[in-house]
Design a protein around this ligand. Structure first.
Ligand SMILES: [Fe+2]
Length: 246
């Protein structure tokens, strides 16, 4: 995974061209992301130093595993905003969610329950890493009928799709936008994931790049990536929508 970094990197490069991170687990103690408010503050400062102007936090919503809801997530966002004010951190912060696509999620859409979105009714969805969601096509259809703009999180990380790149075209054809993880481009998640991410980038199939930040390891690798000339060559000419969320 380190071959990406063998090239001479430029310490003056950063991630300011992205402006907005729209996928992260920075709200404390809601899922498998950050645990303490101190960490949330420290990460926000460092992400600001990397050039981000806004952080959109997307805690997992996966019934039985991460039982999150707007009632839990939105008050936590207010606590974080309060802590930012007290600590003189002026980066913008918002909260939405990363919805696991399954039967419960489909029922939530059908019942018209409140769904957490960002931007222009953009909604972040994911699947299990073990198997694809059987109702994915239906969920994308249902979301779009209700005016949502679904974004599939990290399509490059679903191992069952590796080597079947046509599936990405299918998602786009159904009106689902794609978001890759920054670190997928480094080989952090393995060589096949890196190859898939590079394919998506080179074919201009992605609309967003997110950090999907969960812990200090992600942050440290992100700092290294930020200075990578190879990364900037790959990513800076993409037609990304991150900035539209500012
Ligand atoms: Fe995530």
């Amino acid at each position: 995974m380190f071959s990406f970094f063998k090239k001479k990197n430029d310490p003056n490069l950063n991630l300011s061209f992205l402006e907005v991170d729209m996928h992260s687990h920075l709200l404390p103690n809601l899922d498998d992301g950050l645990i303490s408010m101190d960490d949330t503050i420290a990460f926000a400062k460092q992400l600001q130093d990397l050039g981000y102007k806004k952080l959109i936090c997307t805690p997992h919503i996966l019934p039985g595993v991460h039982d999150n809801s707007p009632e839990l997530i939105l008050p936590k966002l207010l606590e974080v905003k309060d802590a930012f004010t007290q600590n003189n951190i002026d980066i913008k912060i918002e909260a939405a969610a990363e919805y696991m696509v399954g039967t419960e999620f489909q029922e939530s859409i059908e019942k018209g329950e409140q769904l957490l979105t960002f931007g222009d009714k953009h909604i972040l969805i994911e699947m299990s890493y073990a198997f694809p969601s059987q109702n994915m096509a239906q969920v994308i259809f249902d979301l779009k009928i209700k005016g949502y703009k679904p974004i599939l999180a990290h399509p490059e990380r679903y191992n069952y799709y590796l080597g079947n790149y046509e599936i990405y075209e299918e998602f786009i054809g159904r009106g689902c936008l794609l978001q890759i993880n920054l670190l997928s481009l480094t080989g952090f998640y393995g060589k096949p994931v890196q190859k898939a991410a590079e394919y998506l980038v080179k074919n201009n199939m992605i609309s967003f790049i997110g950090t999907d930040m969960h812990h200090a390891g992600h942050l440290e690798m992100t700092k290294i990536l930020a200075t990578s000339t190879k990364f900037h060559r790959l990513a800076e000419n993409l037609d990304l929508k991150n900035k539209s969320l500012l």
